[in-house]
Design a binder for this molecule. Structure first.
Ligand code: TYM
Length: 333
């Protein structure tokens, strides 16, 4: 449990498909670094994924797999509170109240809503539209100080701050107004096939995305096919977006600076660079794969982790909700 001075961190990922190298570099790698000094809550935000139609059986499997992937990434369930969003009903309760403090004009501006409604033209549902209010509830419920995310979540975080300030102004100090924590390098890992588009779990072109669960062969193949250019020089420049993205990946996975990567491949061509980058990724993911298999064979433990996580999360969330209910004028239960 957090002591009074310990800062609170909250973040989450939507369980659709499987975790990508983008999710790892932009978010999870940084989550892990925070667990020593902060009280961190990491959620699998399953309710958010329902904005897209899911097959129930497959969805349950995906959610479980995400939890195991969190653990396999090294997130320690003793230090962090790891849980499924839907196991803490206060998220949806607060989301409704925050919906009533969010303007349609604000939701209309959300680029993720615009993109997703383009992609799912036959299912532009109200959940997709009010998604940012649920995201704000996720964060504000825990009096979160800092939210470690990739660049694409910045707009949602700014809206979350606006909602928190508006609520505090209307009802008196209730929520901590959170800051985002976006990494300097790796905040937006791009598709290996279309380097002007972010690497995404739901990209139809599977060659564009490296999944943490990909086999060694697949990683090697995807890396070989990664789109570059005809320069054949490992240079970090906007003119060479494909190679720039690969250098960023190298730097963040190997934990060395961009300059060091460039110096290491000075005078060498793309062939050697891509092959060695694939090896760096494969090496970094080896412990992930071993841990994944171990947890998968120990489902009783996995279940204990998420049940205990939800219990701890509910306790904190209920503290905030008691205050919120009273502030908006709901009668005590
Ligand atoms: P999601 O599930 O799309 O992504 C999870 C995290 O991974 C980051 N990320 C990336 N970072 C760098 N490069 C990429 N190509 C890349 N792709 C994804 C995301 O920025 C994110 O940090 N709406 C959120 C989930 C959410 C959430 C929250 C996050 C719901 N409630 C509260 C933080 C706090 C989402 O869809 O993330």
């Amino acid at each position: 449990m957090a002591n009074n001075h310990q800062k609170i961190i909250f973040s989450g990922a939507q369980p659709t498909g499987s975790l990508t190298l983008g999710n790892y570099i932009g978010a999870i790698q940084n989550w892990k670094a925070l667990e020593q000094d902060y009280q961190c809550l990491y959620s699998i935000v399953d309710l958010h994924s329902l904005t897209v139609r899911q097959n129930p059986k497959e969805f349950r499997e995906t959610c479980t797999s995400f939890l195991i992937q969190y653990l396999a990434c090294g997130l320690d369930p003793e230090k962090n509170i790891i849980f499924f969003q839907s196991h803490v009903p206060q998220h949806t309760e607060l989301a409704w109240i925050l919906n009533c403090h969010t303007y349609m004009g604000e939701l209309n501006r959300m680029t993720q809503f615009k993109e997703k409604s383009q992609r799912h033209k036959d299912n532009i549902n109200a959940g997709l539209y009010t998604y940012p209010a649920l995201q704000a509830a996720d964060i504000l419920l825990y009096q979160t100080n800092t939210v470690p995310v990739g660049e694409d979540q910045k707009q949602h975080l700014e809206l979350c701050r606006d909602i928190a300030m508006r609520f505090n102004q209307a009802h008196g100090e209730t929520f901590v107004v959170p800051e985002h924590h976006i990494p300097k390098v790796g905040a937006r890992i791009m598709s290996l096939q279309e380097p002007d588009k972010k690497m995404s779990k739901s990209d139809e072109n599977l060659n564009g995305t490296i999944f943490l669960m990909d086999s060694e062969d697949v990683i090697l193949k995807k890396m070989k096919r990664a789109v570059t250019d005809s320069e054949n020089r490992v240079v970090y420049s906007d003119e060479q977006p494909g190679i720039k993205n690969l250098i960023t990946i190298y730097s963040t996975v190997a934990n060395i600076s961009i300059d060091e990567v460039v110096a290491r491949y000075d005078g060498k061509g793309y062939g050697a660079f891509k092959k060695e980058l694939a090896e760096v990724i494969i090496e970094a993911l080896r412990p992930f794969k071993e841990k994944y298999d171990n947890y998968k064979n120990n489902m009783d433990y996995v279940e204990t982790v998420y049940k205990r996580g939800a219990e701890r999360a509910r306790e904190i969330a209920e503290g905030t909700m008691k205050d919120v209910r009273s502030k908006v004028g709901l009668l005590p239960r």
